[in-house]
Ligand binder design. Structure first.
Ligand SMILES: Nc1ncnc2c1ncn2[C@@H]1O[C@H](COP(=O)(O)OP(=O)(O)OP(=O)(O)O)[C@@H](O)[C@H]1O
Length: 416
């Protein structure tokens, strides 16, 4: 599924993956691997497992791209191929620029060397001169916060310490391309906060980021684009927000398939819907319109009351349905929104009409309202049944003598 793509930050491709696949050979007994090298093609002692089917991907300079997917989808394999620690079975990979890869724990470190020696080793691999690494060494050691352990061999480090040093080396040396595999979940809250801050700084400075994580909030905050892998293939690609939601919906469908026998009449797979949105067959926004125009577009003056009517339906097994409405400015930045509980439905596929109203306290301009029908577990956790990005659109007319700045009137006052 291809979702709306965002404009690339630059035209220069730094990572070019062209029709790359990866096949692992699985041996029944460890000794068969060695035996196979003697037997050559005479006899096959292994079974083939395709972790990655032909896949193409381009990452432009300055872009931050997330790779998401269930366990075993092929994410780490893809990152390792790009980082050059694995070789592809077929296809070609080109990576331009200084690359730092934060892959499996401490994989870039020599355990016999001290932290200090490993910093220099990694720096040299990244293409830095000794003098340059020397200049940045204090910053790296301070970021890692491992104290005197920096002079001890890495094999004496705890996994948290190894990760701290690995993160410090990869990010303080300011690579052009940073590849991170599930590394933000390590360390205490203070260190995690520091890592996130550092990552944000690098993204702002224009570092190209390729990021694997199961943490969708990190994916959405760091990456504009996401690629969703399933069984070694691209399942979806597009804006992180949308791709992450698709992923959540799939996780949920799986849970349903496993646990809810009563669901058997409903297709819980995520599909594109006719209205440009997507969702499962367990719920649908049937119509959404402004009451003033009976249409999905309307014009307002500042201060008018905007009233919406939304008609939706749910499958009977959805016990805690909710509807959320998010107002976005013309650049699609969310200004605000809210979710509303929908009260229990008894009969099958009952149709519900909801009315939402709010004052048009907006500056002049165009606004969108994105609607989402959800199955809500609690305040934070919900599964999307149907989402229509930009379901409604309205304009707020210019007001003479308006002093508003930004999008929304936050009702500032000033005394003299
Ligand atoms: N060295 C290997 N030999 C054989 N099979 C492997 C090897 N490395 C990975 N695999 C298999 O390839 C598939 C993809 O693995 P990979 O680690 O790339 O998935 P992933 O999406 O990163 O998963 P996770 O989220 O659990 O880290 C899995 O089925 C895994 O068992």
């Amino acid at each position: 599924m291809t979702l709306p793509l965002i404009e690339a930050a630059s035209e220069e491709i730094l990572i070019d993956v062209a029709n790359v696949s990866k096949c692992y050979h699985l041996y029944q007994r460890p000794q068969d691997r060695l035996l196979q090298s003697f037997l050559g093609r005479k006899k096959k002692l292994h079974r083939e497992f395709w972790a990655l089917l032909p896949l193409s991907l381009q990452v432009y300079r300055g872009e931050s791209v997330a790779i998401i997917g269930r366990n075993g989808a092929g994410k780490s394999t893809l990152l390792q191929l790009i980082a050059g620690t694995l070789t592809p079975t077929a296809g070609e990979i080109t990576v331009r620029g200084r690359v730092a890869a934060l892959l499996q724990l401490g994989s870039g470190f020599n355990p016999e060397f001290t932290g200090r020696e490993n910093v220099f080793l990694n720096g040299v691999i990244l293409g830095f001169s000794r003098a340059e690494i020397e200049r940045r060494f204090d910053e790296i050691a301070a970021f890692a916060e491992i104290g005197d352990f920096i002079e001890q061999p890495v094999k004496t480090y705890s996994s948290g310490m190894t990760m701290r040093l690995a993160f410090a080396v990869s990010t303080c040396l300011e690579p052009e391309v940073l590849i991170i595999d599930e590394a933000l979940a390590v360390g205490d809250a203070v260190f995690q906060f520091k890592c996130r801050n550092r990552l944000q700084e690098l993204i702002t400075q224009g570092t190209t980021l390729l990021f694997v994580s199961h943490d969708m909030s990190a994916v959405k905050s760091f990456c504009k684009r996401a690629i969703y892998l399933e069984n070694g293939q691209k399942k979806a690609e597009g804006e992180s927000e949308h791709v992450a939601e698709l992923y959540f919906m799939d996780v949920r469908s799986e849970q349903n398939r496993n646990t809810l026998e009563k669901n058997k009449n409903f297709n819980t797979a995520v599909e594109k819907k006719n209205d440009g949105g997507y969702g499962t067959s367990e719920g649908e926004i049937l119509s959404a319109r402004f009451l003033t125009t009976q249409h999905h577009y309307a014009l307002f003056n500042y201060g008018d009351i905007i009233e919406l009517e939304i008609i939706c339906k749910f499958a009977p097994h959805i016990t805690l349905p909710s509807l959320s409405a998010v107002i976005q400015a013309s650049n699609l930045v969310g200004i605000g929104g809210q979710w509303f509980s929908i009260y229990p439905i008894s009969s099958d596929n009952k149709i519900i009409t909801l009315k939402i109203k709010f004052p048009a306290k907006f500056n002049e301009g165009k606004y969108f309202i994105t609607l989402r029908l959800e199955d809500r577990e609690d305040k934070k956790q919900f599964f999307i049944l149907h989402k229509i990005p930009g379901a409604l659109m309205f304009d707020v007319l210019p007001q003479p003598n308006s002093c508003l700045l930004g999008f929304y009137d936050v009702d500032l006052s000033c005394e003299q």
